[in-house]
Write a protein that binds this ligand. Structure first.
Ligand code: KG4
Ligand code: ZN
Length: 335
């Protein structure tokens, strides 16, 4: 192994996170959330970058303490290079550059989406390839074919909103707090998933669309509240359960199609929405039905975290790759 201790830094959106990977194990994994966005019902980029500025050094310091690792024992620094909010990415990138320069250790820029997939290797270091991964987060929704650890190819993608975004927008329509995904997941457990039905977007192949469901829900709520102003409040659990049922059903339908195409040996779930209880069990069932290994990360590795950045860093560094100090973050995904 080229590098036995890697510091991971993640700052692409609204979580300031650091983690230590050491010889195949995550010794510490800390994420400082940013409560400042809650009152706005979504992430405010300017506020996110300011919060990263104040959080990043204390987060790294605490991570080193928790891992019981001295700063100068770090062999390499892995950081999120993109995609994400530029002002947020710059904080992590510049911190990585400063550390790389001061410690005279290499740094490696990581694609945040590839890192969500690499999160699967933390608990499953030897998956059988090819692996098919349903990557569902707040910013992206993709079906990814993985032929080797960091050899990935997008075979299907959303044409508009991401699945997490759809959860968040639906939650906003229901006056639920941000981020809405976990809240819908919680309320859905108390409701009937068959109470209401929403139409599936007709998109050919493995691509997806989630903007229609938001509009369907909006019109449904407008119509129902015109008849009874308290409709949404009284039926919150049933609406959440039905919306979630729709979302999971659509994601599973596309994943099933991708399985037929890729014929994978492993089926993985990644990204923030993979914390969703109903989606986790649906993917597990789908894997069983197809007699392939199902692979779902622990909750702490589903949403944005730095452990996945550190582990992706490990696999890329093993190939001999490093990132020069003049590297620039990228806000959009081009991979
Ligand atoms: O991967 P992630 O932490 O950040 C991005 O890279 O986007 O994903 C965040 C998204 C948010 O949209 C959030 O609402 C959603 O993941 N999410 C969930 C659940 N937990 C987080 N969606 C549905 N059910 C959940 N339990
Ligand atoms: Zn993410």
């Amino acid at each position: 192994m080229r590098y036995s201790t890697i510091l991971g830094i993640e700052s692409s959106c609204d979580d300031t996170a650091a983690a230590i990977w050491h010889n195949g194990k995550i010794l510490a994994n800390i994420a400082a959330g940013q409560k400042v966005h809650e009152q706005y019902g979504g992430v405010v980029p300017e506020l996110a970058s300011r919060a990263h500025q104040s959080n990043i050094i204390p987060t790294i310091r605490q991570t080193l303490i928790n891992a019981n690792i001295a700063l100068n024992s770090i062999d390499a620094i892995a950081y999120t290079q993109g995609p994400g909010l530029m002002g947020s990415l710059l904080v992590g990138a510049n911190t990585a550059k400063g550390l790389s320069l001061a410690l005279n250790k290499p740094m490696i820029g990581i694609n945040h989406l590839q890192a969500h997939v690499a999160a699967l290797y933390i608990e499953n270091p030897k998956p059988e390839f090819p692996m098919l991964v349903l990557l569902v987060s707040g910013g992206h929704t993709k079906l990814v074919r993985v032929d080797d650890y960091m050899k990935m190819q997008t075979i299907g993608t959303t044409l508009d909103d991401a699945a997490g975004e759809a959860f968040d927008k639906a939650a906003k329509l229901l006056n639920l707090p941000y981020p809405g995904g976990p809240e819908i997941d919680r309320l859905a457990k108390l409701g009937n998933p068959m109470e209401y039905t929403f139409p599936h977007a007709k998109v050919p192949g493995l691509d997806m669309s989630f903007s229609g469901i938001k509009t369907s829900l909006l019109y449904f709520l407008r119509k129902s509240t015109a008849e009874d102003p308290d409709f949404a409040e009284k039926n919150k659990a049933n609406i959440c359960a039905s919306f979630q049922h729709h979302m999971v059903g659509y994601l599973i339908e596309k994943t099933r199609k991708a399985i037929a195409e890729v014929k994978p040996k492993t089926l993985g779930l990644a990204g923030g929405v993979s914390a969703n209880g109903s989606l986790r069990s649906a993917i597990t069932t789908l894997a069983k039905e197809n007699r392939i290994n199902g692979c779902i990360p622990a909750f702490e590795y589903c949403t944005d975290n730095a452990a996945m950045i550190a582990v992706a860093g490990h696999y890329l560094l093993e190939t001999g790759a490093t990132t020069p100090l003049n590297a620039v973050p990228f806000s959009r995904n081009s991979h």
